[in-house]
Design a protein around this ligand. Sequence first.
Ligand SMILES: NC(=O)c1ccc[n+]([C@@H]2O[C@H](COP(=O)([O-])OP(=O)(O)OC[C@H]3O[C@@H](n4cnc5c(N)ncnc54)[C@H](OP(=O)(O)O)[C@@H]3O)[C@@H](O)[C@H]2O)c1
Length: 332
Amino acid sequence: MIKSIYQAAEDRYTNGMEYRRCGKSGILLPEVSLGFWQNFGGVDDYERSEAVAKYAFDHGVCHFDLANNYGPPYGSAEETLGLLMDRCFRPYRDELLISSKAGYDMWPGPYGNWGSRKYLISSLDQSLKRMHLDYVDLFYTHRFDPETPIEETLQALVDIVRSGKALYIGISNWPADATRKGFEYLAARDVPCLIYQGRHNIFDHPHSDNGVLDVCDENGVGFIAFSPLCQGLLTDRYLDGIPADSRAGHGRFRPGFMTDERIAKARKLNEMAAQRGQSLAEMALTWVKSDPRITSILLGASSVEQLKTNLKVVSAAPLSPEEMKMIAEIAG
Ligand SMILES: NC(=O)c1ccc[n+]([C@@H]2O[C@H](COP(=O)([O-])OP(=O)(O)OC[C@H]3O[C@@H](n4cnc5c(N)ncnc54)[C@H](OP(=O)(O)O)[C@@H]3O)[C@@H](O)[C@H]2O)c1
């Protein structure tokens, strides 16, 4: 047997990470998962990306989340994962749950976007090549396509599972009524949806109000919460300005995303976190964890230090009802 150049920590499953059942499925997910949207692209320092991924895995984070267009440039986060598989994780393939997605613009012309059968199937074939994988554990439709018949998108997902290129299917960013239809369609074909992926943080939690969290709960489908730190706004990163090496400093925030009002609220939340002996990031993640319908917190980190801080959520004291109320009042 070829000796691996990376030996994962022996205590990776006994160092505190908890695993939550994903809806009514056989899958357990770590309560913290690692996203590759940013920090793993061709423009990022590979050594740093590798250090973050290894630290995560060494601490029980066995779910890595990708998409065809993560980078930048598009596709390059999947290429980084391919390198990581070759250099570190190949011996641990069966310990990892790796996801990818298609739905946003990926290549020019009419077949590189949205939800057609043509796009989803060819995109996954490309993703597998970039990631040096035979199959993904989980494949998502990345967004709802109002123009393509919902049955075409869903049948493509069913056929992808039947072809062995993905083990499970997920839905991301779909409205509640289409999500319910999607769950019914997939379940009727014995390919039940495993999980819904949606934005969920103290500032922005649309799925609490639009019914998606309830639809997931009712249908035995898990929910994984992305951007739990509101891309860094719910940390100490921007309390005193915009650091040059930050996501906002790199111009990777949508215009209008960071407002003076949000920064003022983050400062108040930061004071509250300090009173309970936590960083703002830890408290923001503790807030996400407090909803029992959330299977896993899908976070990003640009350094091992950040990830280290964030993993403290695993052992954090739960927020009391009074604290939850106070957070809601501050967040407005
Ligand atoms: N399905 C979808 O449409 C969708 C959309 C968005 C995201 N996602 C998934 O969700 C994952 C996470 O999203 P996200 O990156 O927006 O998550 P996030 O956890 O809200 O933000 C991560 C960013 O916050 C900053 N940060 C993290 N920990 C910190 C700490 N302890 N102290 C200070 N700053 C800290 C870092 O910013 P700096 O880089 O500035 O250091 C980091 O890159 C993505 O990778 C992707 O897998 C999915």
